[in-house]
Design a protein around this ligand. Structure first.
Ligand code: DQA
Length: 149
Protein backbone atom coordinates (compact mmCIF):
# COMPACT_ATOMS: atom_id res chain seq x y z
CA UNK A 1 0.00 0.00 0.00
CA UNK A 2 1.28 3.47 -0.90
CA UNK A 3 0.28 6.48 1.17
CA UNK A 4 1.00 10.10 0.28
CA UNK A 5 1.29 12.56 3.17
CA UNK A 6 0.73 16.17 2.10
CA UNK A 7 1.57 19.15 4.30
CA UNK A 8 0.55 22.71 3.51
CA UNK A 9 2.04 26.12 4.28
CA UNK A 10 4.21 26.83 7.32
CA UNK A 11 4.28 23.22 8.50
CA UNK A 12 7.96 23.19 7.50
CA UNK A 13 8.35 25.68 10.40
CA UNK A 14 7.19 23.17 13.03
CA UNK A 15 9.19 23.53 16.24
CA UNK A 16 9.77 27.22 15.47
CA UNK A 17 6.23 28.47 14.77
CA UNK A 18 3.94 29.05 17.74
CA UNK A 19 5.25 26.19 19.90
CA UNK A 20 2.48 26.87 22.44
CA UNK A 21 -0.01 25.74 19.78
CA UNK A 22 1.91 23.29 17.59
CA UNK A 23 4.43 21.93 20.09
CA UNK A 24 8.21 21.84 20.12
CA UNK A 25 8.64 18.91 17.75
CA UNK A 26 10.25 19.93 14.47
CA UNK A 27 9.35 19.16 10.87
CA UNK A 28 12.32 16.77 10.86
CA UNK A 29 10.69 14.96 13.80
CA UNK A 30 7.51 14.61 11.73
CA UNK A 31 9.49 13.14 8.80
CA UNK A 32 11.10 10.67 11.22
CA UNK A 33 7.69 9.68 12.62
CA UNK A 34 6.45 9.03 9.08
CA UNK A 35 9.53 6.95 8.22
CA UNK A 36 9.22 4.94 11.45
CA UNK A 37 5.51 4.32 10.81
CA UNK A 38 6.17 3.22 7.23
CA UNK A 39 8.80 0.75 8.40
CA UNK A 40 6.75 -0.62 11.31
CA UNK A 41 3.63 -1.04 9.17
CA UNK A 42 5.39 -2.23 6.01
CA UNK A 43 3.93 0.60 3.94
CA UNK A 44 5.32 2.95 1.33
CA UNK A 45 4.89 6.50 2.67
CA UNK A 46 5.84 9.55 0.63
CA UNK A 47 5.82 13.04 2.16
CA UNK A 48 5.29 16.29 0.24
CA UNK A 49 5.27 19.80 1.72
CA UNK A 50 4.60 23.07 -0.07
CA UNK A 51 3.70 26.61 0.85
CA UNK A 52 1.90 27.05 -2.49
CA UNK A 53 -1.73 26.17 -3.14
CA UNK A 54 -1.28 25.27 -6.82
CA UNK A 55 1.65 22.97 -6.01
CA UNK A 56 -0.55 21.13 -3.52
CA UNK A 57 -3.26 20.76 -6.20
CA UNK A 58 -0.64 19.48 -8.69
CA UNK A 59 0.62 16.93 -6.16
CA UNK A 60 -2.89 15.63 -5.43
CA UNK A 61 -3.56 15.30 -9.17
CA UNK A 62 -0.28 13.46 -9.70
CA UNK A 63 -1.34 10.87 -7.11
CA UNK A 64 -4.16 9.65 -9.36
CA UNK A 65 -3.68 5.96 -10.14
CA UNK A 66 -0.42 5.83 -8.16
CA UNK A 67 -1.42 6.20 -4.52
CA UNK A 68 -3.86 4.19 -2.37
CA UNK A 69 -4.45 6.73 0.39
CA UNK A 70 -3.75 10.37 1.20
CA UNK A 71 -3.08 11.97 4.58
CA UNK A 72 -3.43 15.73 4.23
CA UNK A 73 -2.86 18.68 6.52
CA UNK A 74 -3.64 21.59 4.21
CA UNK A 75 -2.78 24.00 7.07
CA UNK A 76 -4.21 27.49 6.41
CA UNK A 77 -5.57 26.36 3.01
CA UNK A 78 -7.91 24.06 4.92
CA UNK A 79 -10.11 27.04 5.61
CA UNK A 80 -9.96 28.73 2.21
CA UNK A 81 -9.19 26.33 -0.62
CA UNK A 82 -11.99 25.07 -2.81
CA UNK A 83 -9.23 24.11 -5.28
CA UNK A 84 -7.77 21.55 -2.86
CA UNK A 85 -11.27 20.23 -2.09
CA UNK A 86 -11.96 19.83 -5.81
CA UNK A 87 -8.59 18.11 -6.41
CA UNK A 88 -9.29 15.56 -3.66
CA UNK A 89 -12.73 14.93 -5.16
CA UNK A 90 -11.24 14.64 -8.65
CA UNK A 91 -8.78 11.88 -7.81
CA UNK A 92 -11.23 10.12 -5.46
CA UNK A 93 -8.44 8.60 -3.35
CA UNK A 94 -9.44 7.91 0.29
CA UNK A 95 -8.07 10.84 2.28
CA UNK A 96 -7.73 11.58 5.99
CA UNK A 97 -7.45 15.18 7.15
CA UNK A 98 -5.02 15.87 10.00
CA UNK A 99 -4.60 18.97 12.16
CA UNK A 100 -1.92 19.11 14.81
CA UNK A 101 -3.90 21.59 16.90
CA UNK A 102 -7.51 21.33 17.96
CA UNK A 103 -8.91 23.70 15.36
CA UNK A 104 -12.39 23.53 16.93
CA UNK A 105 -11.07 25.20 20.07
CA UNK A 106 -9.48 28.09 18.14
CA UNK A 107 -10.74 31.08 16.09
CA UNK A 108 -14.12 30.63 14.35
CA UNK A 109 -12.51 30.89 10.87
CA UNK A 110 -10.56 27.68 11.60
CA UNK A 111 -13.75 25.73 12.13
CA UNK A 112 -14.57 25.61 8.44
CA UNK A 113 -12.73 22.93 6.49
CA UNK A 114 -13.16 22.71 2.74
CA UNK A 115 -10.67 19.86 2.33
CA UNK A 116 -12.42 17.94 5.10
CA UNK A 117 -15.55 17.74 2.94
CA UNK A 118 -13.66 15.31 0.67
CA UNK A 119 -12.08 13.28 3.49
CA UNK A 120 -13.25 10.01 5.06
CA UNK A 121 -11.99 11.07 8.49
CA UNK A 122 -10.56 14.06 10.37
CA UNK A 123 -8.06 13.84 13.22
CA UNK A 124 -7.44 17.07 15.14
CA UNK A 125 -5.61 18.06 18.29
CA UNK A 126 -3.48 14.91 18.61
CA UNK A 127 -0.20 16.60 17.73
CA UNK A 128 2.17 14.77 15.38
CA UNK A 129 0.68 11.46 16.55
CA UNK A 130 -2.38 12.36 14.47
CA UNK A 131 -0.38 11.54 11.33
CA UNK A 132 0.39 8.03 12.60
CA UNK A 133 -3.27 7.54 13.51
CA UNK A 134 -4.30 8.65 10.02
CA UNK A 135 -1.90 6.22 8.34
CA UNK A 136 -3.06 3.35 10.56
CA UNK A 137 -6.69 4.19 9.77
CA UNK A 138 -6.02 4.10 6.02
CA UNK A 139 -4.14 0.82 6.34
CA UNK A 140 -6.88 -0.80 8.40
CA UNK A 141 -9.73 0.40 6.20
CA UNK A 142 -8.15 0.36 2.72
CA UNK A 143 -5.09 -1.88 3.14
CA UNK A 144 -6.27 -4.33 0.49
CA UNK A 145 -6.99 -1.61 -2.03
CA UNK A 146 -4.88 -1.49 -5.15
CA UNK A 147 -4.39 1.78 -7.03
CA UNK A 148 -7.27 2.63 -9.33
CA UNK A 149 -9.72 0.13 -7.81
C1 DQA B 1 -3.24 23.45 11.25
C2 DQA B 1 -4.38 24.37 11.71
C3 DQA B 1 -4.61 25.48 10.72
O1 DQA B 1 -5.69 26.31 11.13
C4 DQA B 1 -3.37 26.35 10.60
O2 DQA B 1 -3.55 27.35 9.63
C5 DQA B 1 -2.14 25.55 10.34
C6 DQA B 1 -1.96 24.24 10.99
C7 DQA B 1 -2.89 22.37 12.29
O3 DQA B 1 -2.20 21.43 11.93
O4 DQA B 1 -3.30 22.47 13.46
O5 DQA B 1 -1.22 26.01 9.66
O6 DQA B 1 -3.64 22.79 10.07
Amino acid sequence: MKILVINGPNLNMLGIREPGIYGKNTFADLLQLLADTAKAENLEVEQYQSNHEGDLVDKIQSAYGKVDGIVINPAAYTHTSVAILDALKAVSIPAVEVHISDVDAREPFRQISYAGMACVKTIKGHGLEGYREAILYLKERYGNRKCGM
